[in-house]
Design a protein around this ligand. Structure first.
Ligand code: ZN
Length: 205
């Protein structure tokens, strides 16, 4: 049984809820919110009914939802770096989990196909720039066979995993801010996408 306590007493004790034992206007004998005096059961019921309503409303108005969500995110954008720094390991963990889910993998695959179709020119430009960069970072004496082996190994591991779990990574980035690495076998390593993300964050900082 919940202890009977007046709203005033609850307020003075800093409690968020109080209980009088008397029914609300809808007949619930339940706790009340100290701040507004509202019945907890009424609140729960309202939330239950309205969550369904909102769910249906937003599923019918996806574009509007997207627009509002984007605006909301833009307003809060400046908060992101701090949030990210605080929760980095959690976020990376979550992203890894998300990517490992077969349903999401299919979603990602489809989104990528659409993106590639819609951004062909842009992607080609990026690819060309990357190639040129790599070329600039590739000494003429480099052993291309050994390099190819790293990429083969990465492909083999990804085939085994069934998705892009591994990346071939330049240990020292070839387009680093402070130092530029070379496209040579000893600057290449096969690491997980997760490790690669953690690393690129480190080099960005
Ligand atoms: Zn009630």
């Amino acid at each position: 049984m919940i202890k009977i306590i007046t709203r005033k007493e609850a307020k003075s004790q800093g409690l968020s809820r109080y209980f009088t034992g008397k029914p609300c206007c809808n007949g619930h004998v339940a706790e009340r919110q100290t701040s507004k005096g509202g019945c907890i059961d009424c609140k729960k019921q309202w939330e239950k009914e309205n969550s369904q309503y909102y769910k249906e409303y937003w599923s019918k108005n996806k574009d509007k939802a997207k627009e509002i969500w984007t605006k909301h995110n833009q307003k809060r954008r400046h908060l992101w770096p701090e949030y990210y720094a605080k929760n980095k390991s959690k976020i990376i963990e979550y992203q890894e989990q998300y990517r490992n889910d077969p349903i999401n993998q299919e979603k990602i695959r489809q989104a990528k196909t659409v993106y590639r179709k819609e951004n062909k020119a842009h992607l080609n430009a990026l690819k060309a720039a990357y190639k040129a960069n790599k070329k600039g970072a590739t000494p003429h004496w480099v052993d291309h066979k050994t390099i190819a082996k790293r990429y083969d190994e990465c492909k083999r591991l990804n085939d085994e995993a069934g998705y892009i779990k591994y990346h071939v990574d330049h240990i020292v980035p070839i387009r680093g801010k402070k130092v530029c690495g070379l496209h040579v076998p000893w600057n290449l390593q096969v690491i997980t996408a997760k490790e690669n993300m953690q690393k690129s964050n480190k080099f960005d900082g």
